[in-house]
Structure formats: C-alpha cells, structure tokens
Ligand binder design. Structure first.
Ligand code: SF4
Ligand code: SF4
Length: 416
C-alpha cells in the first residue's frame, strides 16, 4: 500500500459519501434479493464479494474510524489486509446497477460503489489492474487511450460523409467508440447521412473523454478539466442537440456534466434519432435478409440516469429491417443483465469478466437467435472484437458460440 493510504485523515471513508449514502450503509438488511440480479454472483457464486458483503465491510471501516468503536477505543486505521480484500470485492463489479434495481430497501448501489471507489482512490489506494493506465493516458491525451485525439476521425469517418461546419445537431462518438469500436461511429454517420440529417462534429482535438471511465474507476482528478472543456467546446458550436453512441457518455452527461451547471443543449442516444427517422420515413431500409436476432439493452441506457430510458428506439430500428425477427433475451430493459464489460472490470478483474461473457453468450444462444445485437462500445470491444487482457483474451477468443455478435446500427446499415 502507498504511504498516503496508511496515514489516517479526518474525513477518511466519508469525504465523498452523501448523507443518504451513509444511511444506505445502515439500511442493507442482508436479504440477498440482489444475488440473482448480479452477474458477478452468477459467475463466481462468491458471497464475500456480494453487495451486502461490500456494504458491511465499508460500514465496519466507517465505524472503526468514526463510530462508537472509535470513540471508545480511539480512532484506528483498518487493517491493510481488510482494505485489500475489500478493494478486490469493490472492483469485482461491473457497477451495472442491477442490484440497486431490485434492492428491497431501495439502496442506489451503483452510486454507492462509485463513491466508495472514489473515496479509496482519494485516500491513496490505487485502482487495481490496468485501471491506473487510463488516468495516465488521460493526463497525456485527454482520452483513456494512448493515441492522439487528432487521429480519431481519420479512423472511422467515411470520405463520402461530409459533416457540416455548424449544425443544430452534433454527433459525439466518444473515445471508447473511436478506439475500440470505430465501426459503430461509421454506421451512425452513414445512417444520419442516408436520412439527410445534417450534423456537425467537434474539432478532433477538442472532443475529450467524457470522464465516465475514470469516474467509475474512482479516479476523479481530471473530471472538472474534462467536463469543462467538452461543455465549452459544444457551447462554442452553438448546438441544440448532442447525439452520443456510447451509453456511458449518455449517463455521464446526464448525471455528472449536469452537476457542473445547466447544459445549453439536449443529449440523446443516437438510436433515438435514427429510430425517429425510420418511423417518419426519412430513413428506409431497402435490402432484406431472413434472420433471427436478439438485442441486449446496455446497462447505461436503461438505468442509472434521470430522463427516459432508451428501450423502445433500438427495437424500432430492428423491427423496420426487412426479414429480421427480434427474439428477446430473458432479462431486458431496467433488469437487463450486464454483459461483463463495464465498470472497469475488464481491466481490474478480467478473469471474472471472462466467466460473465461465457454465461452471457449462453443466454443469447438460448433465445434461438443467430445474431446478438449490442449498442455500447464496451460490449462491442468484448463481444465483437473479443478483447480482454491476456492471458484471458486468448481463452475468450477461443470460446465458441453459435451466436454472432454485432452493433445494432452497424447491422442496420447493412440494410441500406
Ligand atoms: S453493480 Fe452489477 S456487478 Fe456490481 S454488485 Fe451490483 S449487480 Fe453485481
Ligand atoms: S437487496 Fe439491498 S438490502 Fe438486500 S442484501 Fe442486497 S443491497 Fe442489501
């Protein structure tokens, strides 16, 4: 542990938890209703890393440093091995929020895991695995990837698609899409162009990371800089609507950017704009293909933010594809299962992500679908590009499934 983590400071374990969250620590009744919702529990069966176990551990830390025990026995720092065990549990989690959706007493678990991570990182305990590299990259490149932002549009913007210098709509693909799932952005702008919807892009070097991957990993040091740059770059464009491809960007903008002030534009997911164009006839799919597909609701489109959930619109697009039949997964909408790619778990605990992935492909195969359609760059990186840190990546790429995987708009663009 770093030296900073060993010194006990006045606000340790409390600095980033709200009063509501302190109450939530006391509210967990250990009923276990969240076990069945949790993909980590399904993949590992390890109750020591379950939501109630994490809440109980954290409550003990608070009590040891600030509670009755501290008053009677004096403030003591928790044992290093207890903190290390807790960190292992806290990051063996996709922060998907499914546990909070079913929690018997209404604990907003997703926000609680975020706050705990922020607290521990702030106290000097580094986020595990490859996660600290994301912050290093962001310090240098304003993106979590080790590539200069200037390259982004050269990777995915097709030469025949011409964004306007200024328009009411700005498309923001996000760095996860640009570097891990560029085909998602290419499909999005091809569909916008086919529907004759004028859009603009931010200058490549001004479109910084939205901040979500760092926030979710507990690394908040660059948040203000990233958010303020993006808001001012978008303000200068004079747009009225921002369309994003990444569900995590959507959650981050609706929840975190808004906390920095009122946004002078509305934010939508790109499938909301494409679905509207499909419904009012501006976008028509002319090719046909007989195929059974299923659709996975990304966690951050169906829970964890204010405003309407993005549930119907991707299905509207799929239902307009000639010859395509949509079969539903058992868990969908606000109860959707996490695919195992979120919350930094691929970097922190890739062995857990791998097991979740195998189970998820099994679920998709059970629907009888030939293709699993996804709508998130993290899902895309894990299921279409089959990316996991090595050696788990090798095992993941070798894992066979009868179901092909694709992005929903990339799939739809094949019907133009
Ligand atoms: S946020 Fe998701 S992965 Fe984490 S404990 Fe809750 S259900 Fe499990
Ligand atoms: S459902 Fe809520 S109250 Fe019950 S164990 Fe899970 S977190 Fe605790």
């Amino acid at each position: 542990m770093p030296e900073k983590a060993r010194a006990l400071a006045k606000k340790d374990f409390l600095a980033h938890l709200t009063r509501k969250q302190l109450l939530e620590l006391e509210a967990c009744v250990r009923c276990g209703a969240c076990f069945d919702a949790c993909v980590v529990q399904e993949a590992t069966g390890d109750r020591n890393i379950s939501p109630p176990a994490k809440i109980a551990s954290y409550r003990r830390f608070v009590d040891t440093v600030h509670g009755l025990r501290a008053k009677l026995l004096g403030r003591r720092k928790p044992a290093e091995e207890d903190v290390a065990h807790f960190l292992g549990a806290l990051y063996a989690c996709t922060t998907c929020g499914a546990c909070g959706e079913v929690c018997e007493v209404g604990i907003d678990t997703q926000r609680l895991w975020w706050a705990m991570r922020r607290e521990l990182v702030g106290m000097g305990y580094p986020a595990p695995g490859t996660l600290p590299k994301l912050l290093e990259n962001a310090r240098r490149h304003h993106s979590i990837f080790a590539s200069p932002l200037e390259l982004r549009y050269r990777i995915w913007l097709p030469p025949e698609v011409r964004p306007a210098a200024r328009a009411e709509l700005c498309y923001f693909e996000g760095c996860g899409v640009a570097w891990e799932a560029p085909a998602m952005a290419e499909a999005a702008v091809r569909l916008l162009s086919a529907a004759k919807i004028e859009f603009t892009l931010l200058e490549a070097s001004r479109a910084w990371c939205c901040g979500w991957p760092l926030a979710v990993a507990g690394m908040w040091e660059l948040q203000q800089e990233l958010v303020e740059n993006n808001i001012s770059a978008l303000e200068e464009k004079g747009i009225t609507t921002l369309a994003v491809s990444c569900p995590c960007c959507l959650q981050q903008i609706r929840e975190v950017w808004r906390s920095y002030g009122k946004l002078p534009f509305e934010v939508l997911h790109i499938t909301q704009i494409i679905a509207e164009a499909v419904e009012d006839g501006r976008l028509r799919f002319t090719k046909a293909r007989k195929e059974r597909v299923t659709y996975h609701d990304p966690c951050q489109l169906t829970r964890g933010f204010r405003g309407p959930r993005v549930y119907e619109e991707p299905r509207t697009v799929i239902q307009h594809l000639p010859g395509v039949e949509l079969l539903e997964l058992e868990r969908q909408g606000r109860l959707t299962k996490c695919c195992g790619a979120g919350g930094g778990i691929r970097g922190a605990r890739p062995e857990v992500a791998l097991e979740i992935g195998k189970l998820f492909l099994r679920d998709a195969a059970r629907t009888g679908a030939e293709t699993l359609l996804m709508n998130c760059p993290a899902c895309y990186a894990m299921y279409v590009a089959r990316r996991l840190p090595e050696p788990w990546g090798r095992e993941w790429r070798a894992f066979e499934s009868p179901v092909k995987c694709n992005d929903v708009l990339q799939y739809a663009a094949g019907f133009l």
